[in-house]
Design a protein around this ligand. Structure first.
Ligand SMILES: Cc1ncc(C[n+]2csc(CCOP(=O)(O)OP(=O)(O)O)c2C)c(N)n1
Ligand SMILES: [Mg+2]
Length: 547
């Protein structure tokens, strides 16, 4: 006889979902029992970790990933990471056990009341099978829904007593068909529409491209690079991107647009046509006064996300597959002889510097020392703008951050990314505050010998919130200083080889040996200059810092 658990495992095997990320509880044991030898399970010590790992793994492997959490409280702990996956458009199939069906009416311990509502609004779709025999069909539907653009996380609640239910021959025959069904999305873009856009590009005096993560996700990067070269367009990445969508070392690449309307219109000044490919147009924070676009500039947005198209405050949008559009445009765009936009300034670092290092020095050093195929995962608060300038990743899928900006993404996502790309150097650039949101990912990295390199920029503060305080004019905010963190000791306590870098030479030496060590993770803590002077830990009061 075949049980629901066995049929579920067979479905996931056929669909290629054999790498699991999870944190188990008693309600998940019936699914996890007799875990197959050809499957892998990566344990995270708190639920943000498996979701973040699965997010990094799915994005880099370009496949959906599966997560197993513990009923309501596990799902609750994971919400920040599910929010990130939603903004990252990561296809995650998140499952959680639920209490036995016959114990739910009394709301016995671990009952996930209204299970399908718990992860909303951050999942695209959420279900609990109406009957045990439907578990494989519901999971199959979830797998397909997660991968339909705009991709994103979905949730399936699995009552624990469903797993042992035995399936009849007819049920098994139905599941067998479902198990091997393919759902294929047709793409393409009408030639006359492509031609009309190409004519506008040709007529523009100085077109600009603004790209986003969907360029990489849809496999459009090569076509977009050709399009930029052929039209001699300046290229930016849209604010808050997740993935940069363009080679950051390309001479046409101008960097990341800052996330304020006034800033964006300043950056795009002089460009009469802006073509946005695979990005929202645009996401802002903080509120920076100014027009959305420079006077007289028009905007065309290409997105596979109907809501992205609907909510944009300016421009005309086309809802379509980004790669199809980029390739269709290439059929109609003739090489331009307009002047090539100037390249952005070179990066550079002083030969020698002592800690605390200027952030620009630190990231210039790392950029220079890193192998060309390095995959950077960044969550560095006040250093993010500097990283955008100094780190120039050339290869596809090389610069990952949380599009939703929910902290707790970086460390677990870097672990998942390294699992998906075992032969690439993966480097997590973490702020000292940010790294503590999902700190136990260090344990997972050490326990499974994940050879990533973590560089922590330590300023003992939530520096970026102080910078925001200047913009928002909010003096006297408590809780922005973090004196007394011992990052090296914390990492060591989880089994990660950790070092303090005292000067530029040590940074480079430790970084190189961290990357070379393919047997375990390495952490390097680097003191950086602060946004504000360091307070005395003894002077901290519940209301903030005295004096
Ligand atoms: C889950 C979550 N909580 C709080 C915040 C607000 N937040 C944004 S950046 C930041 C501080 C980051 O500090 P750190 O990593 O030390 O970088 P720094 O700015 O000091 O360079 C905080 C708390 C957030 N984005 N996400
Ligand atoms: Mg900090």
């Amino acid at each position: 006889m075949t049980t629901v658990r066995q049929a579920t495992i067979e479905l996931l095997r056929t669909q290629g979902l054999t790498t699991w990320f999870g944190n188990p509880g008693s309600s998940e044991l019936t699914l996890l029992e007799e875990f197959p030898d050809d499957f892998r399970y990566f344990l995270g010590l708190q639920e943000m970790i498996p979701v973040g790992m699965a997010d990094g793994f799915a994005q880099i492997s370009r496949r959906p990933a599966i997560v197993n959490l513990h009923t309501a409280p596990g799902l609750g702990n994971a919400m920040g990471a599910i929010y990130n996956a939603a903004w990252n458009k990561t296809p995650l199939v998140i499952t959680a056990g639920n209490q036995r069906r016959n114990m739910q009416n009394q709301v016995c311990l671990l009952t996930n009341v209204d299970a399908t509502l718990v992860p909303r609004p951050f999942v695209k779709w959420s279900a609990e099978p109406a009957i045990a025999s439907e578990v494989p069909a519901v999971l199959a539907r979830a797998i397909h829904v997660a991968q339909t653009p705009p991709m994103g996380p979905v949730f399936v609640s699995l009552p624990m007593d469903d797993m042992a239910v035995e399936l009849g021959d007819t049920q098994l025959a139905d599941i067998d068909v479902i198990r091997t069904r393919a759902v294929t999305r047709a793409t393409g873009f009408p030639a006359d529409t492509a031609q009309a856009i190409a004519i506008r590009l040709a007529a523009a005096k100085a077109p600009a491209l603004v790209v986003g993560g969907d360029v990489e996700r849809s496999g459009a990067r090569e076509a977009v690079v050709s399009l930029a070269e052929r039209t001699r367009a300046a290229v930016w990445t849209a604010p808050l991107p997740g993935l940069s969508g363009f080679p950051e070392d390309h001479p046409l690449y101008q960097g990341l647009l800052p996330p304020g309307a006034g800033w964006v219109s300043q950056a795009l000044a002089g460009h009469d046509l802006v073509l946005v490919l695979g990005a929202p147009a645009f996401r802002y924070y903080p509120q920076i006064p100014g027009p959305y676009l420079p006077q007289g500039t028009s905007l065309i947005q290409i997105t596979d996300d109907p809501d992205e198209a609907a909510r944009a405050p300016v421009g005309d949008a086309f809802i379509a597959d980004v790669r199809s559009v980029a390739e269709a445009l290439l059929d109609h765009v003739v090489p331009s002889d307009r002047p090539t936009p100037p390249a952005r300034p070179e990066t550079g670092a002083p030969e020698k510097a002592t800690a605390p290092l200027e952030p620009s020095t630190l990231f210039a050093l790392l950029n220079r020392a890193a192998p060309a195929d390095t995959l950077w995962v960044t969550e560095s608060g006040s250093s993010e703008t500097v990283i955008g300038h100094q780190i120039r990743a050339g290869a596809p899928f090389s610069h990952l951050s949380a599009a939703g900006e929910g902290l707790g993404f970086g460390l677990p996502a870097a672990v998942g990314a390294q699992l998906a790309a075992p032969d690439r150097p993966v480097v997590a650039l973490m702020g000292d505050g940010s790294m503590h949101y999902a700190i136990t990912a260090l344990w997972t990295a050490a326990a499974y010998k994940i050879p990533l390199t973590i560089v922590v920029s330590s300023n003992a503060e939530y520096g970026i919130l102080k910078q925001f305080g200047f913009i928002e004019d909010t003096a006297g905010v408590p809780g922005l200083d973090l004196p007394g963190l011992d990052i090296v000791a914390t990492a060591a306590s989880y089994g990660v080889r950790a070092h303090e870098a005292h000067d530029s030479e040590e940074v480079v030496e430790l970084f190189r040996s961290g990357i070379e060590d393919r047997d375990r993770p390495t952490l390097i803590n680097v003191p950086i200059t602060r946004v504000s002077p360091l307070p005395d830990a003894a002077a901290m009061t519940p209301a903030g810092v005295t004096g």
